[in-house]
Design a protein. Structure first.
Length: 320
């Protein structure tokens, strides 16, 4: 379904999408609408997606430098999360903490199995001290309708982040497209309405900086991709970062804990204790754990998240 030819960063309201009006209003009020001269803007951004879709190359594109290694290997290259911090040389008013995450949807034989990758991703989200400004879902062009992609999106964006943090879709492998956002122009309504993804926006990018064949054309596509991507990040990032747990979730956790304190003493009446974090159990069930194993892994993860000295589960890379 074609919604008309428009530039990729300008179609915020083109198609109907599935966020509630209250959520859209809140996100709109918190997003950046202008840049003040002399102000340095700091962004905490989590980049997630399946293995091999170009997350590391995306970070190199943002900084316009080779910062992290990319790979075309059959198994995932990034085996641990990384925090890449620094300002842009050509735009020193923009400062980023980009969290390069382990690829999802690996098999048990992969570098990092999916369940382990999700646990690392959750710990990472909780370890970010000031909260998150934006999620970037990185995907290869034409490959977002698969069940694994839907599952990963649902677990992290909807289940764990509770649809509170805007999520920007960035499509890679868009080299030689004309115009650059051609695929998204043709498919945005299908993605929003039929697949049900509520991405705040989408950007199609080429991360290839140079080639022997048509070097000027390749360079132009690269520069345009970077410009569109930075524009979208600035436009859609929250001015005030949000922690992964909102007040409503914290209230529910407290209420369940209060209920459990009584249910524990009344178990002889057959009263069952409530699950503190049903969204975590749901994650493990979605990853094909049995109910008992999901419950056990959830309890273990909750204990780890509640540790006062929860270590930042990532390596740190300073961009100078």
């Amino acid at each position: 379904m074609n919604c008309g030819t428009i530039r990729v960063v300008d179609f915020y309201n083109v198609c109907h999408w599935n966020l509630s009006s209250k959520t859209k209003k809140r996100m709109s009020s918190q997003q950046n609408t202008d840049i003040s001269v002399g102000t340095i803007y700091h962004y905490n951004i989590i980049i997630f997606g399946e293995s091999g879709v170009g997350k590391s190359a995306l970070i190199n594109l943002i900084y316009d430098r080779l910062i992290v290694k990319s790979s075309s290997q059959a198994i995932g290259c990034t085996t641990e999360n990384a925090k890449v911090s620094g300002t842009l040389k050509d735009q020193p008013h923009l400062s980023f903490n980009l969290y390069d995450t382990v690829g999802l949807s690996e098999s048990t034989e992969g570098s990092v199995p999916t369940a382990t990758a999700f646990v690392q991703l959750i710990k990472l989200a909780y370890a970010i001290p000031n909260g998150i400004n934006l999620l970037i879902c990185c995907a290869e062009k034409g490959r977002i309708s698969g069940e694994r992609f839907k599952s990963n999106y649902g677990i992290f964006k909807t289940g764990l982040c509770d649809d509170r943090i805007p999520c920007l879709l960035v499509l890679t492998r868009c080299d030689d497209d004309g115009p650059a956002d051609e695929w998204w122009i043709d498919n945005q309504c299908y993605v929003r309405n039929q697949l049900g993804f509520d991405f705040i926006d989408a950007v199609c990018v080429s991360t290839i900086k140079t080639k022997k064949k048509e070097p000027e054309k390749i360079r132009q596509e690269y520069v345009q991709s970077r410009s569109y991507l930075l524009d979208a990040i600035i436009k859609h990032s929250l001015r005030r970062p949000l922690t992964i747990d909102g007040w409503s979730r914290r209230v529910l956790i407290a209420a369940r804990s209060f209920y459990n304190s009584f249910a524990k003493w009344l178990s002889w009446l057959g009263i069952q204790q409530a699950t503190l974090r049903p969204e975590l159990i749901g994650m493990f069930l979605e990853l094909h754990y049995s109910h008992e194993d999901a419950k056990r892994e959830t309890e273990k993860l909750i204990m780890e998240l509640n540790e006062e000295d929860l270590l930042a589960p990532y390596q740190t890379i300073e961009v100078k």
